[in-house]
Design a protein around this ligand. Sequence first.
Ligand SMILES: Nc1ncnc2c1ncn2[C@@H]1O[C@H](COP(=O)(O)OP(=O)(O)OP(=O)(O)O)[C@@H](O)[C@H]1O
Ligand SMILES: [Mg+2]
Length: 272
Amino acid sequence: MKPAIHVASLRKTFKGRDGATHTVLKNLDLEVGVGEFLCILGPSGCGKSTLLNVLAGLDKVYEGRASVSSGRIGYLFQEPRLLPWLTAEGNLDFALASCRVPTERWDQLKSRYLAMTGLSDYRTYYPHQISGGMAQRLALVRALCVEPGILLMDEPFSGLDEITARRIRTDLLTIWEETRKTIVFVTHNAYEACFLADRILVMSGGAFQQEMPVPIARPRSYDDSAVFELSRDVIKAFGDGMGREPAPVAVPKPHSNLVDDLDRHTAARMNL
Ligand SMILES: Nc1ncnc2c1ncn2[C@@H]1O[C@H](COP(=O)(O)OP(=O)(O)OP(=O)(O)O)[C@@H](O)[C@H]1O
Ligand SMILES: [Mg+2]
């Protein structure tokens, strides 16, 4: 069967503020099977969001090939990106209309996913009237509501408290098992990756460093020692990958301004 996502020799560069060209994605090859749950795990700045943007078709300037199977793509960004002048429900309606989901399905879809994320009572609230975690959950509802064949998720639960995140991960797996969407899920959290994925790709410095299958039977439990043990191996692979190629350090300009100073101090604090 044709894969849902096929990437070959994908290379992506950005011009840095110093004028130099930085290669952010280095000849990536990737196939994601239809219905597969793939997690991509990697340190900050290694190119995860850049890759998702290419897969989503938002970034079309790259070398190599990146093709996804036809059908809707749901994209849950790293930040909620809600429309501030629309209510929670208005944001969902906007997405449903944009994706031409038949109107007779709207109520059922909205009710299901709002209930799943604990937001049923907030339909009439504007984005500034809900918390950051609620806004991210609303963004998840928006991504699911359009019934995508492929769901791209960029660190979707990192801003949620662990209890809520656990509940939503379990619900996400239920939806995935029911609908067999293809999911590409980016995270920093090895335990989350082992709980969710069929396969984990450890990414570092714009390249995939290691592929790790997750041979743990489903349904999975947070108390399963197999999840814990595999997450230890994944953290080791993550650390080894980081050791192979350190994250690039921003080159300070000779006459730095406040933002440059902040960047340098942040970098120093993080031992970059
Ligand atoms: N529009 C842009 N212009 C210039 N450089 C960019 C641009 N977008 C991303 N980059 C650079 O590409 C690199 C990868 O960024 P990306 O956002 O893909 O990282 P990430 O792995 O998603 O990190 P994080 O986990 O922090 O979200 C970074 O060094 C970033 O500065
Ligand atoms: Mg990112």
